[in-house]
Design a binder for this molecule. Structure first.
Ligand SMILES: Cc1ncc(COP(=O)(O)O)c(C=O)c1O
Length: 369
């Protein structure tokens, strides 16, 4: 935690310690994970891996089976895929390339892990301020201001954007590719967005060796503790990254779990549909409920999280709601947002009701207006 608030959501054990309660009593909506148990095919694979030799043996350093399964899913070569210990590990290597090409342009407010990664390599960066108002029709054009490059060499894109939830239009992203030596597109939440895959930059990789796409499996399958993500990029680039990293970056359980879900093509399709149905159902409901609360305004989102804003600081409200057992994302670490903003990760209907109930009770206690 810094004076700017925590850099990430999902600090469940820290928060439980601070609040003096059992973490199981808390509903953590500060991280944005699918609210279902991981698919049964994954749970079975994990049980079999534990029963087998996955705990004893060193994991496959080349990650051949997982690379192949992911490659088939996206219709690319296995050499163009590199699994990682979550997307976060792969940002570290992407940032090493970014620092080598020059200055990075970071849309702000944005995900702070890109800054952490760039700092590892003394990478220079410039903010690209995003307008803090947007509509509710998806996809949206990436800001024209990025076309000028602002004297930068590498552009970092998050699609859908975090924390705003904006889904960027693929055509508007494509025209940026010739303008930068390197474009890093974080599609961590894209598979969760209904219709999101149509905006993926992965099909452009064959024409643009200056493009890197990074994905996460921790949100889609609710396995943030397992750590699993992957990069899709040119094989030369990924070979370089593989030579830089720790020898066994992806553990044996994560490999087994990843292979099971990525190979099960029809299961993956059903899972994704279930996730999209949930987002389509719950997002409008939650927004309507939030907008009914006095003093709070919700923002449109295409994804499984959304921002709320008030005219005054929301820090006391956040604390009061935390004491009622619901952890909302403090947005002070997002440049350009600050104390008047909170981010909420979408939950099941029962838990979305719990969020609204906690907010309503706290607002009765300490009105914002
Ligand atoms: C936009 C974005 N990308 C990537 C990540 C990290 O994903 P992983 O858990 O796979 O490291 C996060 C985590 O919050 C995120 O918000």
């Amino acid at each position: 935690m810094t004076s700017q608030g925590p850099a990430h959501g999902g600090n469940l054990s820290d928060e439980a310690r601070r609040l003096g309660c059992d973490p199981r009593r808390l509903l953590d909506v500060s991280a944005s994970l699918v609210p279902f148990r991981p698919p049964s095919v994954m749970r079975r694979a994990l049980a079999a891996a534990i029963d087998g030799s996955a705990l004893r043996d060193y994991p496959d350093r080349g990650q051949a089976d997982l690379r192949e399964a992911i490659a088939q899913h996206h219709g690319v070569d296995a050499e163009s895929v590199l699994p990682g210990n979550g997307a976060a590990e792969l940002f570290t290597w992407a940032a090493r390339d970014a620092a080598a090409v020059g200055v990075s342009l970071l849309p702000t407010p944005g995900f702070s892990d890109y800054v952490r990664s760039l700092k590892c390599w003394d990478g220079a960066l410039l903010p690209l301020p995003l307008p803090l108002s947007w509509g509710d029709v998806w996809p949206q054009f990436f800001p024209e201001t990025a076309l000028s490059g602002h004297g930068s060499d590498c552009l970092w894109i998050t699609n859908p954007h975090n924390p705003t939830g904006q889904l960027w239009d693929l055509k508007s992203l494509t025209r940026l590719l010739p303008r930068y030596a390197l474009v890093i597109c974080d599609e961590a939440f894209l598979p969760l967005v209904p219709g999101g895959e149509a905006q993926s930059m992965i099909p452009l990789l064959q024409d643009y060796p200056n493009l890197v796409v990074i994905r996460s499996l921790t949100k889609l399958f609710a396995v943030a503790g397992l750590r699993l993500g992957y990069a899709v990029a040119s094989s030369q680039r990924l070979q370089r990254w593989a030579a830089w990293r720790d020898p066994w970056a992806v553990n044996g359980l994560a490999l087994a779990a990843g292979v099971a879900v990525m190979r099960d093509r029809s299961g993956l399709q059903r899972w994704t549909q279930r996730v999209h149905d949930w987002v389509q159902h719950e997002l409008p409901w939650l927004r309507a409920q939030l907008d009914d609360l006095p003093g709070l305004q919700s923002y449109p989102s295409s994804a499984n999280y959304l921002l709320v804003e008030a005219k005054h600081s929301l820090m006391a409200l956040r604390e009061g709601v935390a004491r009622r057992g619901v952890l909302l994302r403090d947005c002070r670490s997002f440049e350009g947002l600050g104390e008047c903003w909170l981010r909420i990760g979408l939950q099941t209907r029962a838990n979305n009701r719990r969020i609204i109930h906690a907010l309503r009770q706290e607002l009765d206690h300490q009105p914002l207006v």
